[in-house]
Design a protein around this ligand. Sequence first.
Ligand code: URA
Length: 426
Amino acid sequence: MNFLSLIEAKREGKPLTREEIQAFVTAFTAGQVPDYQMAALLMAIFFRGLTTAETAALTLAMRDSGEVLTFPADPRPLVDKHSTGGIGDKVSLPLAPLLACLGFRVPMISGRGLGITGGTLDKLDSIPGFQTALPVPKIIAQVQNVGCVICGQTATMVPADKKMYALRDASGTVPSIPLIVASILSKKLAENLEALILDVKYGAAAFMPTKAEAQKLAAAMVALGNECGTNTRAILTDMNTPLGRAAGNWLEVKESVECLEGQGPTDLQQLVIECAANLLVQTKKATTPALARRLAADCLASGQPRQKWDEMILAQGADLATFNQKLALDSTAAAVAELTADRAGYVSQCDARLMGEVIRDLGGGRLAQDAKIDYDVGVDRIAKPGERVEKAATLCRVHAADAAQADAAVERLAAAFHLSTGRPAA
Ligand code: URA
């Protein structure tokens, strides 16, 4: 095939056929298309866009560039959730065992964080002994036996996305809706799901800054997921404020366990229930959203998902005794410092972006793909918008590698909180 003519066609805004897209992806994955030609095509797509049919062809070609998980026949539907990422977004951790207890199978293939956004795998790496790199037969066996797994993408799954994402990152072509949609959905479709719920975030710390942009991305992903045969829905959630009261890898695992024990913060618990409820409706396990929410909330409150969590982490190599000892500690970091309110008032803003930047700079996130992470640093006891605080009350606590870094972080975080005299609108 003449790849130059395909680049020229897209440059002129002409649609490519399914066969042309397939040929390009297959050849690129096999190393038969040079990076400069693929980068040129990506830039042409960035400016010219893709039709729904082209995006579907790209998504399926990327999915089929590697291994697609195949599971034995089983009455339990295969489901998953994808979040576009945010500060304190730990929903996957309590959600996977909850879904397993609701009678689903959950092959949750997750990613690592880059920049200010946390990654599920990094959070799980803070659990002593936990293994996120699993071979495909082990992923399938655990899904069948335990009901859920949370692990990384294997080298054999969706290799086209790995190569294309690296090029997009280096060629300024990441923020293209059809390329984002194809990248995200190719990985989810490789899990062979019956239903998928997407949590698309908008706001200061989100990939999509405005609700309108998030809605556009959500609509594109929902249309394509359904077109490719997976029942797909999306919810839009706010990412101006961190989710929950803790952000930072280990602190988020701790808060997830609290959520599974019925002690979790309300916003986290609501979002976990909302994701589960949507999947119950999507798979016709519940007839109405109200019934689905009740089923999910009752299951979460039953304590079974907490036991399922232990079963899941044990199956993935966790040292449960050490994990439980770690959970009992107030902090695993060397230094803890508190940010307190300089006056009484209502919290009207808690800036998720600034908080994400502070945590990343404490060592909790990555500036480069291979950077090492400090799992113990982060922020907890976050006061949330709408809450009343008295003078000297805690606005948040910083966990850091030493006292100087903890104090510097507290100083920076003072700008993240705004206090108002009147109660802010919800
Ligand atoms: N996450 C992905 O996996 N791919 C994108 O293109 C953007 C976000």
